[in-house]
Design a binder for this molecule. Structure first.
Ligand code: PSU
Ligand code: MN
Length: 322
């Protein structure tokens, strides 16, 4: 057997489900997908594991089953055991896995965290409809061709992403234009204004608002029942007590952008670099805010998943519209 065929035999493209996810499916309970780049690249070690566990607990407390999506040793996971989560959180060099990175990750047995784009793809492929994260990627400032694959993937993946808006390090108006062109609804949760991740304000008005999980579920149902394949972005403002004002945020972001430029940071390293710099400049306040909004999003996502289930029918491990 030559080297390449030996390698081929080990490639596993199946999605491996945790015991908890399998049980939820058997009982037709709602499942909420959770992103894992926030664990591998978004938060410092220690904080990342605490947050990952707290997000799962929050989903459970709100009546749904959490399914953290990641790639472990070349296999795609829907739901991680406690041991797998621990290992992912302390992995020395995890890969940041966006959609382009699946092939190589599976072929070479890599371990990594999945971005919003990658998590959305796997969640939808598994029949899930709701997904919680912190902030989605978008169009970068001063680099109009640095557009996160999160946007193009959401344009073709029918899933509802619950987030606190796009990361505020981005060009928000350009990101909104892109989503509008692609026909991706952006809904404000109990707000008429696009939240800007750490801040509750962005100065950008939304044209859709929903005030309850039930309202969100109705919009999502109607959108998908018409046959649209686009995802839906539900933007939830960070809880008031953990919010940072736009003015304060902007000064840190500008300083971080300048440093990224000076250091020649590019490609998929840009987002982790900027988030880390902003966290340092804010003396950890941005991280606290990030954690608070992640947990809040997990709660809202679970509530929406419960209500959306009222519109769906469960058969052979997949939800269908009733
Ligand atoms: N928001 C955060 N922390 C993160 C990310 C978003 O607060 O780590 C991650 C998400 O996984 C998102 C990714 O999908 O950054 C976008 O990266 P890029 O801009 O390279 O596509
Ligand atoms: Mn990019």
């Amino acid at each position: 057997m030559n080297h390449s065929s030996e390698h081929q035999n080990k490639i596993n493209t199946k999605i491996i489900e945790s015991a908890a996810v399998r049980q939820a499916r058997a009982l037709a309970l709602p499942i909420v997908a959770l992103e894992s780049t926030v664990i591998t690249h978004g938060l410092p070690q220690g904080e990342n594991l605490k947050l990952a566990k707290a997000m799962e607990t929050t989903v459970e407390e709100n009546g749904a089953t959490p399914a953290t999506i990641a790639v472990i040793d070349g296999s795609i996971r829907l739901g991680l055991s406690a041991e797998e989560l621990d290992a992912l959180a302390i992995h020395p060099n995890p890969r940041k896995i966006s959609t382009r990175d699946f092939g190589i990750s599976l072929a070479q047995g890599l371990t990594g965290g999945t971005t919003v784009a990658a998590t959305a793809y796997i969640a939808q492929k598994s029949g899930l409809r709701v997904f919680a994260t912190g902030g989605i990627g978008g169009v970068h400032r001063q680099a109009p061709f640095d557009v996160s694959a999160d946007l193009s993937q959401l344009a073709k993946t029918p899933i509802l992403v619950v987030c606190a808006g796009m990361k505020s390090i981005l060009d928000l108006p350009a990101t909104m234009e892109y989503l509008e062109t692609q026909g991706v609804p952006v809904i404000g949760y109990q707000t008429d204004e696009l939240p800007a991740f750490y801040s509750r304000q962005s100065g950008i008005r939304l044209n859709q608002r929903a005030d309850s999980p039930q309202d969100v579920a109705r919009i999502a149902y109607a959108h998908w029942a018409l046959g649209f394949r686009q995802g839906i972005v539900l933007t939830v403002p960070v809880p008031e007590k953990d919010a940072i004002t736009r003015e304060e945020m902007e000064s840190w972001i500008n300083a971080a952008l300048e440093q990224a430029h000076n250091d020649g940071v590019h490609g998929n390293a840009v987002t982790p670099f900027l988030l880390d710099k902003v966290s340092q400049l804010s003396e950890g306040r941005s991280m606290q805010s990030n954690i608070a909004l992640l947990l809040n999003n997990a709660a809202v996502a679970s509530q929406v998943a419960l209500d959306l289930q009222g519109f769906m029918q469960f058969e052979n491990g997949t939800f269908y519209y009733s």
